[in-house]
Each structure stands twice: as structure tokens, then as C-alpha cells.
Design a protein around this ligand. Structure first.
Ligand SMILES: C[S@@+](CC[C@H](N)C(=O)[O-])C[C@H]1O[C@@H](n2cnc3c(N)ncnc32)[C@H](O)[C@@H]1O
Length: 234
């Protein structure tokens, strides 16, 4: 069952929104989310990516999808021209706003599948640890919508987890489309079945090969992967 939430969108109207299980889970997890960045075995990779990522997005006007608590936003902001960072949870955005008061960064509640970007122009997009939560059967829809929000020639950068036995939560279920799920427990003891996919480099390349993206590039560390492509002419 989807939880329902009402939140302010502007001065005069509200948005009634059905939260998906993933949205509810991350809203509840906001205050404990950053612990994932403290796993000792991931520290070397994290330091490496914290240096690498801002260099790739240097000088860009960036649409950040599902920014969460702003962990990656904080490293990108000093190098970016601007960042418009969206997430579906007010709980995570509150932490992100406090963490990054920079004037070139703005935050908004919005849906990753249909960002309301108005007149803004972006020449880059970044999504950290979001793509793994997109159903395989919605991946093309998500990337098509993302491309539409960007200028032709924009760079798209997805960063996500490699499945590593002993460090990643075990896969508890696989559906008929190949989506995989993990059982996760929050500090309050609540248990959640969470969609978490681990696409291979070949699968990512195949996804953009039909005209969704040019110049694809896959980079991997022990615990993480990054996939970049360039948005073609619309
Ligand atoms: C794994 S967290 C990633 C957070 C952050 N990007 C990071 O790397 O630390 C996934 C985020 O997606 C957000 N989210 C879930 N569904 C969403 C949707 N439909 N639109 C926008 N954000 C969504 C959650 O609130 C959560 O903050």
C-alpha cells in the first residue's frame, strides 16, 4: 500500500502525492542515511570518487537527481557552476540544505521521473545511488525523461554500487524482469523490502546504444561504478 503525503509546492497550493515504498523508506531513513558512507572497507574508494567526481562535472550547470542528504552535492558544489538538486523526501532535503548553504546550490522536492525544471537550462546531470532503485522496465523511461530536461550535448553521470559479497546487503528476491530486492532494517526495527539493481557495464552500454546516449564510458572501483554518456540531439 502506498502512503499518502501532502506537501506545500507553492504559496497557494499543495500536492497530494502517493509515496512509493522506496520514497517512504528513504524519508524514514534520512537521519541515519549517512552511516552508509562510514563503512570502513569503502573508505579508499570513497576518497577516490570524492576527488574524481567534481573534476568530471567542473563548471557545469547540473541537475542532480535524488540528492538525498547531499553527500555528493557537497563535493560537486565547489567546482560546479550551479546545482539544482531534487529529491522526493523533505527529511533528506532538510539535512542537505544545512550541509550545503552554498549560493550556487538550490534544492527542491520533485520526482526523479518527471522533474519540473521550468526555464532552467542544464548541461549536466548527476544521480548518485539512484539508478539502482529504478525498475529495469522503467530504466528507458527514466533516462528519456532525464535527457529531455537537459541540453543536447549535456553530460549524464550515474554513480552506484557494485554488489560485493559481505559488504552489500544480501539479495532476498529476484522478479521476472530480473529486478533484485534487499531486506533492510532501520534503527527503529522496521523492515523494508527495497528494490536494488546491480547492472553490469554491458547492460548499461546496451541501454544507451539505441540512441539514448553517445560516448558511453564505464568506470569502476571495488565497491562502486560510474557510467557517463552525452545527451544526443533531441
Ligand atoms: C540511495 S538514496 C541516494 C541519495 C544520494 N544521491 C546519495 O548518493 O547519497 C536514494 C534517494 O532517492 C530519493 N527518491 C526515492 N524516490 C524518488 C523519486 N521518485 N524522485 C526523487 N527522489 C526519490 C530518496 O528520498 C533518497 O534520498
Amino acid at each position: 500500500m502506498l502512503a499518502s503525503r501532502t506537501f506545500w509546492v507553492g504559496r497557494n497550493f499543495t500536492l497530494q502525492h502517493k509515496f512509493t515504498p522506496i520514497q517512504s523508506y528513504y524519508a524514514s531513513r534520512a537521519s541515519e542515511y549517512d552511516a552508509v558512507y562510514e563503512k570502513p572497507e569503502r573508505q579508499i574508494d570513497l576518497r577516490s570518487i570524492e576527488q574524481w567526481l567534481p573534476s568530471i562535472l567542473q563548471g557545469k550547470r547540473i541537475l542532480e537527481i535524488a540528492c538525498g542528504t547531499g553527500y555528493w552535492t557537497q563535493f560537486i558544489a565547489p567546482e560546479a557552476s550551479s546545482i539544482y538538486a531534487i529529491d522526493s523526501a523533505e527529511e533528506t532535503l532538510q539535512i542537505a540544505r544545512q550541509r550545503i548553504p552554498a549560493s550556487n546550490v538550490s534544492f527542491a522536492i520533485d520526482d526523479a521521473y518527471a522533474p519540473r525544471t521550468d526555464e532552467r537550462t542544464f548541461n549536466a546531470a548527476f544521480a548518485g545511488f539512484w539508478f539502482s532503485h529504478v525498475l529495469i522496465e522503467r530504466q528507458i523511461e527514466f533516462l528519456t525523461g532525464l535527457n529531455k530536461a537537459l541540453q543536447p550535448g549535456a553530460k549524464v553521470l550515474l554513480l552506484d554500487n557494485v554488489f560485493v559479497e559481505g559488504s552489500s546487503s544480501a539479495i532476498c528476491e529476484r522478479d521476472k524482469f530480473g529486478n533484485t530486492y534487499q531486506s533492510r532494517t532501520l534503527a527503529d526495527g522496521s523492515r523494508h523490502k527495497i528494490l536494488k539493481n546491480f547492472p553490469s557495464a554491458d547492460q548499461l552500454h546496451a541501454l544507451v546504444a539505441n540512441g539514448l546516449g553517445c560516448l558511453p564510458r564505464y568506470t569502476s572501483w571495488h565497491f562502486f561504478w560510474a557510467f557517463e554518456y552525452v545527451v544526443p540531439e533531441h
